[in-house]
Design a protein around this ligand. Structure first.
Ligand code: NAD
Length: 292
């Protein structure tokens, strides 16, 4: 399959490279990034002209809508427009409707697994759209990732992503406040990890991405909280969850509190540019015994 890849940032560039290395001709376009080892076009429209599949990996829904407006008229009939960015459900559905109206197939296929997963080709894809479009894209998902789940119609992939990341934000905060409480109670952090990681309080946030340095498998906490997954991206996803919840009148009090804590962390507590697990520091620093 000939592939056009629009958005060659931290995620898009390694995903495009994996497709290229697997033998698919890839033409890329990005307004700023010029990664090496990929054929680049001068515009989004030029990149997609011959493509059987157009993959987008962009910062947000507004940019996706703008790019879709450029590429949809330039795509060949029957080609698939597959957006892998994390965006709001409304933008995902609007772009899919626009693509189908132009005689194209469309999927929303956000990912989990971060930059490491993009580089290693071990992402998880959560996909919304038709059976046919999913079947067409499946071989490409299998190169870029280890798992692709067809979640339902257009928007279902973004819905799954937003729900997953709301759980992630909440469990990270719960894990961090528990470490800060353990500190105050004089409980050794390693002992807490040894108990909780195999008990009912375990979660991916603790077991695989422990926010306390020197404990558990290597994580951004062991690297000065360099992202990883930046706190402002966590906030973006929590904002998406709360917008979606408001639109369908879903009650998400924990997601709402997580959104407020991450907003405070990013805007006022030195969180911007740090990994999202660094939110541990704001709980520990508020501990008078630790000088907070
Ligand atoms: P990034 O900022 O590194 O890359 C985005 C790229 O899009 C940039 O290179 C930018 O120049 C390009 N771009 C912006 N406007 C454009 C336009 N009009 N036309 C073409 N290119 C344009 O971001 P990223 O970390 O690669 O994330 C991309 C998406 O993936 C986001 O939606 C993010 O939420 C999601 N995501 C990121 C991670 C992660 O760990 N970084 C994990 C899962 C999902």
């Amino acid at each position: 399959m000939r592939v056009a890849f629009i958005g060659l940032g931290n995620m898009g560039a390694p995903m495009a490279r994996n497709l290229h290395e697997a033998g698919h001709p890839v033409t890329g376009f990005d307004t700023a990034a010029r990664p090496e080892g990929l054929a680049l076009a001068d515009s989004a429209a030029a990149a997609v002209a011959d493509a059987d599949a157009v993959i987008t990996m962009l910062p947000n829904g507004d940019i996706l809508r703008a790019v879709a407006g450029q590429v949809i008229p330039a795509m060949k009939p029957g080609a698939v427009l597959c957006d892998c960015s994390t965006v709001d459900v409304d933008s995902a559905r609007a772009v899919a409707d626009q693509a189908r109206a132009a005689g194209l197939e469309a999927l929303d296929a956000p990912v989990s697994g971060g930059i490491g997963g993009a580089q290693a080709g071990t992402l998880t894809f959560m996909v919304g759209g038709s059976d046919q479009a999913f079947a067409t894209m499946r071989p490409l998902f299998d190169i870029m990732g280890q798992k692709a789940v067809h979640c339902g119609d257009s928007g279902a992939g973004q819905a799954a992503k937003i729900c997953n990341n709301m759980i992630l934000g909440v469990t990270m905060i719960a894990t961090c406040e528990a470490f800060a409480l353990a500190d105050r109670l004089g409980l050794d952090r390693q002992k807490m990890f040894d108990v909780v990681s195999t008990s009912s309080g375990s979660s991916w946030s603790l077991n695989s991405y422990c926010p306390a340095p020197g404990i558990g498998p290597k994580s951004p906490a062991d690297n000065g909280y360099r992202p990883g997954f930046a706190a402002e991206l966590m906030l973006k996803d929590l904002d998406l969850s709360q917008t979606a919840a408001a639109a369908v009148a879903a009650e998400t009090p924990m997601g709402n509190l997580a959104q407020r804590l991450y907003r405070q962390f990013v805007d006022h507590e030195n969180g911007r540019g740090r990994d999202f697990s660094a939110i541990l520091t704001r709980f520990v620093e508020k501990d008078p015994e630790n000088g907070g």
